[in-house]
Design a binder for this molecule. Structure first.
Ligand SMILES: [Zn+2]
Length: 379
């Protein structure tokens, strides 16, 4: 058995302790005080396990971010691991409980389990004395669950210096498949302005924003293409004031998913430049595609092959899969840095009351992360 896996299996209880500490420090995205507290706990764990190469990036609107660096190797071509400490759970909304090997609780799977794995992967590399020729940067942000507005910039800046990016977000399914593909996503807001009128007295003079919206929704649907993996969903509509008034205003929220970066421009243009169906109405669309797809490129396939080989040496088969949801890995992949996602623990139920991880498997996932870092840090 590999030294790294051995070391991690021997420290299984301590790994669970780290996850418990992080989970108890609840961190709903919108509550800065709580997220900051969780960041402090993460920092303490890092310092306890690995030392003090920690940089805190102070934020006013969201929780403070952290940049942990490990090793003395080159920064250029560094290895980047990205994670987030915020969760979708309000404080107290989901109690922590353990059933056998399964730990249930807010953010255990998305993604405090992944943060735990990363800390312990680095700890194992340190304790087994693995030499690394490249620096490892572990960037932890605090607003992933609410769009990453305050972290996109730093993620891109770090990614630009990196040769490869690992994202220990939740894995897929019962076997913990890694994600070699994620859809790109975008939200658009459509605002329609019509001409108000009395529905009885001047029924033919107005221009109904709602009628225009109805046309728009059906027309937008034509942009979807199942074979090409493009979906369009109008998820929220609003408009009008009273039944007897021709609607002056209507708005719609549109969600778009794509599978290839090459699709982005065409679909953005089609959504933002709308034809007009009802004379007298005006249509404005706000938004852009800000997360390109995580594409299964050649280097990503190679990364997966390398991971598979490590897993097989550890006695199990590692599968790959794709996800319709986007993560911060979409940013790094979008600028062409090979990115592999879903490196987090075995578990299930992200964002639901069934959110849990398999504690007994954590040493294996940490060993997977440690071995792949070892390989790419010495390439
Ligand atoms: Zn997540």
């Amino acid at each position: 058995m590999s030294d790294l896996l051995n070391y991690l299996k021997e420290h299984s209880n301590q790994i669970t302790d780290t996850l418990l500490r992080l989970t108890k420090a609840e961190s709903p995205s919108h509550t800065k005080g709580l997220v900051d507290n969780c960041g402090k706990v993460l920092r303490e764990e890092y310092e306890k396990l690995l030392g003090n190469s920690v940089e805190m990036i102070e934020k006013t609107e969201v929780g403070n971010q952290y940049k942990f660096t490990y090793g003395t190797g080159d920064e250029e071509g560094q290895i980047l691991v990205i994670g987030h400490i915020d969760t979708v759970w309000d404080e107290g909304a989901l109690p922590i409980r353990q059933e056998g090997n399964l730990l249930y609780g807010p953010g255990v799977f998305d993604m405090k389990g992944g943060l735990t794995i990363t800390l312990w992967a680095l700890k194992a590399l340190k304790e087994t004395g693995v030499p690394l020729n490249r620096k490892i940067t572990f960037l932890v942000t605090t607003d992933e669950e609410v769009g990453s507005t305050h972290s996109k910039e730093i993620i891109l800046a770090e990614a630009e210096k990196s040769s490869v990016v690992f994202v220990p977000e939740s894995s897929i399914g019962p076997d913990g498949a890694v994600k070699t593909e994620r859809k790109g996503a975008a939200q658009f807001l459509m605002k329609i302005e019509g001409i108000a009128g009395h529905a009885g007295i001047n029924a033919w003079d107005g221009a109904s924003a709602i009628e225009e919206l109805a046309h728009q929704i059906l027309d937008l649907k034509k942009l979807a293409n199942r074979d090409e993996g493009i979906s369009v969903n109008v998820g929220v509509v609003n408009g009008g004031t009273r039944g007897n008034v021709i609607a002056k205003e209507a708005v719609a929220e549109i969600d778009v998913r794509i599978t290839k970066k090459a699709q982005a421009e065409k679909i953005s243009e089609a959504i933002c430049n709308r034809p007009i169906f009802v004379k007298g109405t005006k249509v404005e669309v706000l938004g852009e595609i800000d997360r390109y797809p995580l594409e299964r490129t050649e280097p990503v396939i190679q990364l997966y092959e390398d991971l598979k080989e490590i897993a097989s040496a550890h006695g199990y088969e590692l599968k790959e899969g794709s996800s319709g949801g986007a993560s911060d890995g979409n940013f790094t992949s979008g600028i062409g840095i090979p990115t592999i996602d879903g490196m987090g623990p075995l578990g299930d139920g992200a964002h639901t009351e069934q959110e849990h991880v398999d504690l007994s498997n954590l040493p294996y996932r940490a060993a997977l992360m440690a071995e792949i870092i070892k390989k790419y840090a010495n390439k």
